[in-house]
Write a protein that binds this ligand. Structure first.
Ligand code: SF4
Length: 469
């Protein structure tokens, strides 16, 4: 039988351990009563002897190596502690494990240290963090915590994305798709044609915040985007200054920078305007007629978006601040839903692409944002956390937020951290899609049938009950 050659290559992200280059405070503090430990060790040795089990005896009871240093439990190594609490359960009189208050200082009030913990593990190993002791937090709250996803399709075990038994696509399209295609009598396409690019995962990199190593961060983001076959948005001034090249690099242009368009050494897939300017839009389309033109809009967007669609824009990059809020304090979840609904009611949702940034900081926020109506998310502060940047104070307003990247930052390490992060987030996206019974992310967009909102459910359950408002 003749063998058919195919160009198809299954999308794969290369992961590799990328250890921390800066020592962060450990998650836990491990304290051992030395007299108690000495007594217990003596008893163990007398009862069982040391023999060739010396290492095992001295490292007990921790499986993770906290007591496996040169002097065992006399100098515990808390950097290895995962908080399983086995030691405190077995020897409560001798060992205590507590949260390290220094660790809590990482991040800021929105990007809390618990998110940093998950994200640093994801970017270190490229796998999904598993909490063996189960989830012990609240099952509802403000912001993203007030939205749950319906996993009822979990009864269909063949929809198993991570293990690849049934394929789930994470490809998304960016650009313009007409609501319908029109053909003449001879079958030739007439009327509007699609103008799209496809990226293999619904995650882009947004402009890195200003910091002392912006140039290095830009190179890392650009290279990671190339490896992941996605897009990186960078200011055109920086692209030209440091000579970045590649169609995956999205120049961010503002009015007055038109002359820089001719200096790009490549044809970008996408060009982004910082704000609307008719002359700028015209210049971009003149220089790069094949590129997709995107417009950055700051939430709240409301009906304003329809005016820009009238002007011929089909791709929008919607911005909340780094805490996911607009100037009025509305949260990004509601803002995305509102914008999506505006387009649905105008009958043009299919023709428009919505990319969003701000407040999307964990793996679960990606599917939640897509369910609310985004096509893809352009991540910002998670990149800083993956690169072990310190948040300087509260990082909320884009223009005023400051991050400090580690002095030892290298491009290779940074790229691997971002690839690991993308792999871990993609696996979680596959997991949630499989659980929802969705075979591709395109179908997840605006799929409110798979979303539940705590406030609505509570109102249904408790309306009329005394004390509930
Ligand atoms: S809590 Fe678990 S990981 Fe941490 S020291 Fe104790 S046994 Fe080891």
């Amino acid at each position: 039988m003749a063998k058919h050659k195919t160009d198809y290559v299954r999308y794969h992200i290369h992961t590799e351990t990328a250890n921390e280059i800066k020592r962060w405070p450990t998650r836990f503090r491990v304290k051992v009563k030395k007299a108690g430990l000495a007594k217990w060790l003596l008893k163990e040795v007398l009862e069982h002897g040391l023999g060739n089990r010396r290492e095992v005896v001295l490292s007990r009871p921790c499986l993770y190596g906290v007591f496996s240093g040169p002097v065992g439990g006399f100098a515990p190594r808390p950097q290895h502690c995962v908080g399983c609490l086995r030691c405190t359960t077995e020897y409560p009189e001798m060992v205590s494990v507590t949260h390290n208050p220094e660790r809590k200082k990482l991040g800021d009030s929105f990007f809390a240290s618990s998110f940093i913990d998950a994200l640093s593990y994801e970017s270190l190993e490229g796998v999904i963090p598993v909490k063996g002791a189960g989830y012990r937090g609240k099952f509802g709250g403000e912001g993203w915590e007030g939205m749950w996803t319906d996993m009822s399709e979990i009864v269909r075990p063949t929809r198993d994305g991570i293990h690849g038994r049934e394929f789930i696509s994470t490809v998304v399209d960016i650009g313009y798709r007409p609501n319908y295609l029109q053909f003449d009598e001879e079958g030739h396409l007439v009327g509007a044609e699609p103008k799209l690019i496809s990226i293999p995962l619904p995650v882009l990199f947004d402009v890195p915040p200003k910091n002392d190593q912006s140039e290095k961060a830009a190179r890392i983001i650009a290279k990671a985007a190339a490896e992941l076959e996605t897009l990186a948005v960078l200011p055109i001034t920086m692209i030209c200054r440091i000579g970045l090249v590649g169609k995956h690099i999205v120049p961010l242009v503002k009015a007055g920078e038109e002359e820089l368009l001719s200096n790009l050494g490549y044809i970008p897939d996408l060009v982004e305007m910082e704000s609307w300017d008719a002359h700028l839009a015209e210049s971009i389309l003149r220089w790069y007629p094949e590129s997709i033109l995107s417009l950055r809009l700051t939430f709240p967007v409301r009906e304003e978006i329809l005016d820009y669609v009238q002007k011929g824009i089909s791709t929008f990059h919607l911005l909340a601040d780094y805490h996911g809020q607009d100037v009025e304090g509305n949260f990004v979840l509601d803002l995305i839903r509102e914008t999506h609904k505006t387009l649905v009611e105008a009958g043009i949702r299919q023709e428009v692409t919505l990319v969003g940034s701000g407040g999307i900081i964990t793996a679960e926020h990606i599917p939640k944002a897509i369910l609310c109506g985004l096509d893809a998310a352009a991540v910002d502060t998670p990149v800083m956390a993956a690169l072990q940047a310190d948040f300087i104070g509260e990082c909320k307003q884009r223009e005023f937020s400051q991050f400090s990247l580690p002095a030892k930052l290298t491009i290779e390490w940074g790229v691997q951290r971002l690839m690991n992060l993308a792999a871990a987030w993609r696996d979680q996206l596959l997991e949630i899609s499989g659980a929802m019974g969705l075979r591709e992310i395109r179908r997840m967009r605006g799929e409110m049938g798979r979303a539940m909102f705590m406030k609505e459910l509570e109102a249904d359950a408790f309306a009329g009950v005394a004390g509930y408002e």
